[in-house]
Write a protein that binds this ligand. Structure first.
Ligand SMILES: NC(=O)c1ccc[n+]([C@@H]2O[C@H](COP(=O)([O-])OP(=O)(O)OC[C@H]3O[C@@H](n4cnc5c(N)ncnc54)[C@H](O)[C@@H]3O)[C@@H](O)[C@H]2O)c1
Length: 493
């Protein structure tokens, strides 16, 4: 990941940050001059939110909100002029009229409610990946962004602004590897603990943390340091495991290049899974029906296979012995084509054909100057550019919600396939209506609640306890979560 110094050194935008320009909205046109500054509020600023805001340093950061004073202290310090908040609703009430755009980098379970509220207030939104925690929430953000036409949006998978993904799209669309019927994608994550059972010991909430606001719309549970910061990823109520964490980076080139849309079938398997926490390693296979042919290549039905937690695809003959598929330390993907195969790193960077050939293909896609590596700053600045353009003539960001919303639904469907594996069937998905078509009213999910292994008197004892749920009810809840009392989403447009 790039540091602030890297970004300042290399960014074409850096010089703009040296001059302080008035934030004068051109009345009547509803947009700003590129030289004007936006006013931005950041929510969830102790982790990734900090480099995201640094990547927006050309603008005025006027509000900062975090539930954890201690963890976010470095970011509060970096932007001393910004007003500080613990509750984003209060910040929106007090600064709402002054804010142009909102940066959301809270844990996954609060992305949707914050982003949706901002969209209904006609605020531009930069929201971290995965865009949301549930499929319904993704659909909602997609539709709200379409309805509030003034806003510019961007999901925070920064590789999406990179050169690599553009180059590999151009190669594939030019027919350089032929028809693709099989793709494999992987990451070495999780780096954090998963497969956990809910902690039982009582721990006092630190005075610097507002635990109730951290929980937000999720079901209340007592505080424990195993949840925040960072490790919320390993708990279903707050995160989406390794798949949700990395797939928005790793699958992005596949979703774009193959113009995927909704899958129609999906299946998942994993290491041991329980009711609380995603498993240590997962394998998910999506099936996509044929899409409309492109001028130079057809898009036949395709299977996309995902691996995490150290699992990798079998090596095809064409990958030479000794090639490390995890070289970039994040993940990558392999497109198997009828004429050649294409390997790339996480986010589409460093695409190369396994034949060793370098295709000579004209650049047709818009490039973002400098976005050649996996650095922060360029993706944020492209959003800022779009925010300032007139909505009528705006060049949308490549990760705008019309793209990112449906893509995120694919990612969350992968998470669902893992949670539904005890149904022991290939799940059939009706994307348009957000429902599985082959789960019957009597199907049951059987999931581990506790698993205790002990050696007693020299003998191994495994005590595994399970809970059973009506599958249709559980699925309905996974697709559209019930929010805690006092928290609600705006209606679906
Ligand atoms: N694009 C990337 O490369 C990348 C990298 C890391 C994380 N992320 C994403 O960024 C988001 C945050 O991840 P992280 O690693 O920074 O987590 P983190 O736990 O390190 O930081 C989250 C911050 O949000 C704060 N927070 C939690 N709930 C809040 C609320 N309701 N209101 C205000 N603040 C709240 C926490 O106190 C913390 O400061 C996630 O969606 C994650 O997937 C993206």
């Amino acid at each position: 990941m790039g540091t602030r110094r890297d970004f300042l050194k290399t960014s074409v935008w850096a010089t703009a940050g040296l001059s302080v320009l008035p934030s004068s909205v051109i009345s009547g046109l509803g947009h700003k001059m590129p030289s004007d500054t936006l006013t931005i509020a950041g929510i969830g600023i102790g982790g990734k939110g900090h480099p995201n805001l640094v990547g927006m340093h050309t603008e005025r950061i006027i509000g900062l909100c975090d539930v954890d004073d201690k963890y976010a202290a470095h970011c509060f310090k970096e932007f001393p002029q910004a007003k500080r908040y613990k509750d984003w609703r209060r910040m929106f009430d007090e600064l709402g009229k002054e804010i142009d755009g909102v940066m959301v980098a809270t844990p996954d379970h609060t992305h949707a409610i914050i982003a949706a509220t901002a969209l209904t207030m006609d605020k531009h939104v930069y929201c971290q990946k995965p865009l949301t925690h549930s499929i319904y929430e993704s659909r909602l953000l997609t539709r709200l962004a379409a309805k509030h036409k003034k806003v510019a949006t961007q999901m925070g998978n920064q590789g999406n602004s990179g050169d690599g993904v553009r180059q590999l799209c151009e190669w594939i669309w030019n027919g350089e590897i032929g028809e693709v019927k099989e793709v494999h994608a992987w990451t070495d994550r999780p780096l954090w603990p998963q497969g956990l059972e809910r902690p039982k010991e009582k721990v006092k909430v630190p005075s610097t943390l507002d635990w109730d606001l951290f929980i937000g719309p999720a079901a209340f549970r007592p505080y424990h340091p195993a949840y925040t910061p960072w490790n919320w990823r390993g708990w279903w109520d707050f995160g989406t495991g390794a798949f949700g964490d990395m797939a928005c980076h790793v699958l992005d080139p596949i979703y774009q290049a193959l113009k995927l849309g909704y899958p129609d079938k999906i299946q998942g398997t994993s290491s041991q899974i329980n009711v609380e926490s995603p498993p240590q390693s997962e394998k998910v296979e999506f099936h996509f029906p044929r899409r409309d042919n492109l001028p130079k290549v057809s898009l036949p039905e395709v299977s996309v296979c995902w691996y995490d937690g150290g699992l990798l695809p079998n090596r095809p003959d064409s990958i030479l012995d000794g090639i490390d598929l995890m070289k970039d330390g994040l993940g990558g993907c392999l497109f198997i084509g009828s004429k050649d195969s294409l390997l790339c790193d996480c986010g589409g960077f460093n695409p190369r054909l396994l034949s060793g050939r370098t295709p000579d293909v004209a650049q047709t896609l818009r490039r973002i100057p400098g976005a050649t590596g996996y650095h922060d700053g360029y993706h944020e600045q492209d959003w800022i550019r779009a925010c300032k353009e007139s909505p009528a003539n705006r060049v949308e960001t490549s990760g705008n919600f019309a793209y990112a919303g449906p893509f995120n639904e694919m990612v969350l469907l992968g998470v669902l396939a893992i949670r539904l594996q005890s149904l022991n069937k290939i799940l059939q998905w009706d994307g348009e209506h957000m429902r599985f078509t082959n789960i019957s009213p009597t199907d049951e999910l059987k999931v581990i609640t506790e698993n205790e292994f002990n050696i007693i008197d020299g003998h191994p004892h495994s005590d595994v306890r399970y809970a059973t749920f009506n599958a249709q009810e559980a699925v309905a809840e996974y697709i559209k979560r019930t929010y805690r009392e006092g928290w609600s989403l705006p209606p679906m447009p």
